[in-house]
Design a protein around this ligand. Structure first.
Ligand code: NI
Length: 184
């Protein structure tokens, strides 16, 4: 249940090393109130953790649901949730900096398609199609990767992946607070 007097829950994040991040998430069949509540809680959690995108496995739910907000307002007005998202077209290639809420403190340059067309549904079950470029295209590809158990460090070359993972372990050992980066 959720209503205006009951703010959406802030869900704890799962981090690199948690097997849920490596599972292939299941398709959503039930477009019910639980799904809408989870989507609302994921939007609130994305803001609380300073992210621009969040996939359900990152909060321990291996289902095909993502939320995204690459806007400036950060008040829910530009956020959207996408259920069972699929990339149906992609073109071009562009390299840009990426981070992940599940690997805090690590950023790296990742190559992505520069334009994608993504098809899915809203949490209410309405079809939703998005044609995205720039940051939104990058975040959508990053989040859909999460649903397939893929993390952005998997898309680095072997040497840069080793460096990123070494830095991650170093930070975990010292329990360093992560600098807020645009994580997704
Ligand atoms: Ni991520």
């Amino acid at each position: 249940m959720s209503d205006a007097t009951c703010p959406a829950a802030i869900l704890p994040l799962r981090f690199l090393g948690d097997p849920v991040l490596r599972s292939k998430a299941s398709r959503v069949d039930a477009f019910d109130a639980d799904l809408r509540t989870l989507a609302e809680s994921m939007v609130a959690s994305m803001y609380a953790h300073h992210g621009i995108g969040l996939a359900a496995p990152q909060v321990g739910r291996p289902i095909r649901l993502i939320v995204v907000d690459t806007g400036e307002q950060r008040d829910g007005s530009e956020a959207f949730a996408l259920v069972n998202p699929e990339i149906v077209e992609q073109e071009g290639a562009v390299t840009g900096e990426e981070g992940c809420l599940s690997i805090p403190g690590i950023v790296a340059e990742v190559e992505r398609s520069s334009r994608v067309r993504v098809r899915g549904s809203t949490p209410a079950g309405e079809p939703l199609e998005i044609v995205a470029t720039e940051l939104l295209a990058r975040v959508l590809q990053h989040e859909i990767d999460h649903l397939n158990g893929i993390l952005f460090v998997d898309r680095l070359g072997p040497m840069r992946r080793r460096m990123a993972l070494r830095e991650w372990r170093r930070r975990r050992t010292r329990d360093e607070p992560a600098a807020p980066a645009a994580g997704a």
